[in-house]
Design a protein. Structure first.
Length: 229
């Protein structure tokens, strides 16, 4: 069974992008330790090499159904900015979400068009005379793949089916990822909440027990309510 996980900076600054990259490394390390297969679906790079605005991956949970579960929520990093020397802020937050399977629409084979086309490139005269290559197109979205890996049209069609399914999955994830990023951005503007994990220093060392974090904006709002109440 696949578990889809998204890590997002919520359009945060480079410090948050640094945290996204570190969280991704930590989750991958856990997958390897648990012998769970994973695949990185996307990495949205930031302006600084190694940093990520967001990242998505899926994990095969057959061996460990609980893997990744304790990462879901807000992740806090406490540390001085490695990119802005005199910046006063020391608390940085990112979000980790599980994308529910129910959010994925089932791909209908009726929506896929297969077309036999001539191969191109090296391969002698036969490569241009025989229509062994296959183009698969998902009609509603226009997503298309061309396969000419083998000289067998049947085999190329099987490969085209697999690749159009993967392309469709990536297309759905991109749509869901944007929605989750927008939701996280709105969440960050209102309330950061209590983190599920807290890390410190540039070495990204984890605190044994996360402390409850009081959001300054929320605290000021509560104090203001008491004053006028």
């Amino acid at each position: 069974m696949k578990k889809y996980i998204q890590i997002t900076s919520g359009r945060g600054p480079e410090e948050c992008c640094f945290v996204v990259a570190q969280v991704l490394k930590k989750i991958i390390k856990e997958c390897k330790a648990s012998n769970c297969y994973y695949e990185i679906i996307s990495r949205e790079k930031s302006n600084i090499n190694g940093n990520l605005h967001s990242a998505s991956l899926w994990i095969d949970t057959t061996r460990n159904k609980e893997i990744g579960k304790d990462w879901l929520g807000t992740i806090q990093w406490v540390g001085e900015s490695p990119f802005r020397k005199y910046h006063k802020r020391k608390n940085w937050f990112v979000g980790v979400f599980e994308i529910e399977q129910s959010n994925f629409k089932e791909l209908s084979q009726k929506e896929i068009s297969y077309e036999a086309i001539r191969s191109s490139g090296p391969g002698g005269q036969n490569v241009n005379k025989v229509s062994s290559a296959v183009r698969a197109t998902h009609l509603p979205t226009g997503i298309s793949v061309k396969v000419m890996d083998t000289r067998s049209q049947l085999q190329n069609k099987k490969l085209a089916k697999q690749r159009i399914e993967k392309a469709w999955e990536e297309h759905q994830l991109a749509t869901i990822r944007k929605r989750e990023d927008d939701a996280w951005f709105n969440h960050m503007n209102l309330e950061r909440g209590n983190p599920v994990k807290v890390f410190k220093s540039i070495d990204f060392k984890q605190e044994a027990q996360p402390k409850k974090f009081r959001n300054e904006r929320k605290t000021r709002k509560q104090e203001w309510k008491r004053e006028i109440g």
